[in-house]
Design a binder for this molecule. Structure first.
Ligand code: SME
Length: 155
């Protein structure tokens, strides 16, 4: 199965998995578990925007750093720019935060709230160089749009 075929099969599975569940933590947890298992990534998880920092959320994989400041590392840069970042070699990304020495490449995709503001980022790491490309960006950006309704503005 090609990566493209895997994502084509996975997107409807993600949509039906979370359909009907209203609890955000529950949704993010199972979303990330299915994505991680089906795609065989090394680390797959969310960092949530909390005040002026990213705080780790539901994830699959080894222990990760708790907090990342805006503009720091790949996650903080994707948050600041409001766009996905593909890193073919983490050692070449200035300021990369190494939570695991096994991580060699990564992709970070912003999750937007209902107003179009970045509310979280989806961070995926691989143990190999050059794992992620435009196919990953395209499908992961589509996948995280399923989560936007869960990021509403508190009254
Ligand atoms: N790679 C991230 C840090 C988080 S861990 O990889 C889980 C970064 O540089 O933003």
């Amino acid at each position: 199965m090609t990566k493209w075929e895997k994502y084509e099969a996975l997107l409807p599975q993600l949509a039906s998995l979370i359909d009907g569940e209203e609890d955000k933590v529950a949704v993010l947890s199972n979303f990330v578990a299915l994505l991680h298992d089906e795609m065989g990534f090394f680390w797959t998880g969310f960092y949530r925007v909390e005040s002026e920092e990213l705080v780790v959320g539901p994830f699959q994989g080894p222990v990760a750093c708790f907090r990342i400041r805006k503009g720091c590392g790949v996650c903080g840069t994707a948050w600041e720019r409001g766009e996905a970042i593909i890193v073919p070699d983490v050692e070449q990304f200035p300021g990369h935060i190494a939570c695991s020495s096994f991580s060699r490449s990564e992709i970070v995709v912003p999750v937007f709230d209902v107003t179009g503001t970045v509310a979280a980022v989806l961070d995926i790491d691989s143990c190999e160089l050059n794992t992620f490309d435009e196919t990953d960006r395209l499908y992961l950006e589509r996948a995280v749009t399923l989560l936007t309704p869960y990021f509403t503005i508190p009254c």
